[in-house]
Write a protein that binds this ligand. Sequence first.
Ligand code: ZN
Ligand code: ZN
Length: 594
Amino acid sequence: MAKIKVMDELLANKIAAGEVVERCASVVKELVENSIDADSHEIKVYIEEAGTKSIQVIDDGIGMDKEDAVLAFGRHATSKLKTEDDLYQIDTLGFRGEALASIASVSDVILKTSIGKVGTCVELHGGKVVSIESSDARRGTSMTVKNLFYNTPARLKHMKSLYTELSSIVDYMNKIALSHPNIKFTLINNDNVLLKTDGSGQLLKTIKDIYGISIVKKMLSVEASDADYDVRGYISLPEVHRSSRNHMITLVNGRVVRNSELNKTINDAYHSYKPDTRYPIVVLMIDVDPSLIDVNIHPTKMDIKFSKLEELKTLIADMIHKELKKGTFIPNAVEEEFDIKEEKPRYVEQKISFGTINEEVEDYIIIDEGKNDNQLFSLEGLGEQNPKQEERKEDRLPDLYPVGVVHGTYIICQNDKGMYLIDQHAAKERCNYEYYKKKFGNPTNENTAMLFPYTEEFTASEYIILKENFDVLRNIGFVVEEFGVNSIIVKAHPVWLKTEDVEDSIRKILELVISMEKNFSIEKFNESAATMLSCKKAIKANDFITQAEMEKLIEDLHQCENPFHCPHGRPTMIFYSNYDLEKLFKRSGFENSQ
Ligand code: ZN
Ligand code: ZN
């Protein structure tokens, strides 16, 4: 029986207007989602010149009989939609018929399909059927789209560079693979394998297939739930971050969705663990009662609204914070070099046999053996499998013994694991930051009267903002008053504001209040003020530091909640394991090397 029904004229026109097929990636998306809907276990995508020359999608799905194969390209044919309303309420992935019609109308298409007995081959040129023949009987569908947009030069022009087209195809394929770990995906562009997943059904393996083994070793397993939401997945160590937000991926009830607020929550949870302009790799699967979400499936994207968004945000933020407060995050200096080369999405053949999750982790350990003494930040985090994780003590910083300073900037430390270089400015900045954050958060109201009160004149608008926030300043311990036209006087400052160049600190705090204007929030103010003062008060590079000062600095770091990053997210220290040092000096592997 024919599965394809004829749909409403209006809907057809709407789609014909070009909402569906805008770029090569949208063609790939439509074809792949058709394949998923057809219950495929394996989907191969071959493209040439980023899809501009040809796109072929081959699946092992249920296929179509001859009648459906022809009807599939009828301008108004679809197996799923009947009215325009359906377009916005539909709960399946693809839009079979109308998308195919749109694609066919702007390209040359060859469809080979079979439900397992006889096969059908349909060829179209610009949407018109030019031949219908019988074909081989292998079950499944192969759809080849060539010369896309050949008859619509305007849209051809609209397409970006080949690199941009390709990266959006790779991006889409990565996401669809993550949301379907049980399907084998292959993506090949001009004979280069860009993605190959094994369809094992395990998310971590799919992440490995996409990002490579060195990244997967730096992913931490996370899990949290409340009355409405179950969240689980993987988050990258703070040292792993990318220039694009694209690697924060949320799946809701098994589907990749976009929600910028969730992405912001994830990214903010890493605040001060990495630079604010870089983004972590995070894959989270969220399970929720469908009645709590509102999914709007626009043909080219998927937006989602949650009815208990605040709860979900808190759940995710707490989950990530909890995990980040457990680990030891000291980047390995030698490994870092390799990571930089892996910045682009790529596929690396790894000859590893995988079994259950536990064996999987063992595989990583085997690979890791001897290479990485600093195990804490790589393997233990891999998750639920490791009960020791909970027992980790509060102080996450290993014992460090300073032995000298390089260029008055980097403190060299050692312990039995290897050598550490501490950036003295970044380290001091972190200590100051945590000091000021505490002070701003719990002001004591004790203040120090200034021998020479600080006065300054502002513009009228600046003055208004300042006056509105006098309470904020008074709360943290400033004695501040109006002082003539558009001027203020500060007569005393909080005791904890360290006194060298106090005028400059006051000026910076006032400027901060002004710069925040209408968006003033006490949390943001405290955060920015602490960051600003921490840098100002920190020992600079090239400042001489004594042995006693080094020891004090390390002692202070031990007291920090996060001793591993400065407030701007730069690492405070890097690590050379004994093994790395031996390898660098070619000592390892040589017998009797001395
Ligand atoms: Zn700084
Ligand atoms: Zn910094």
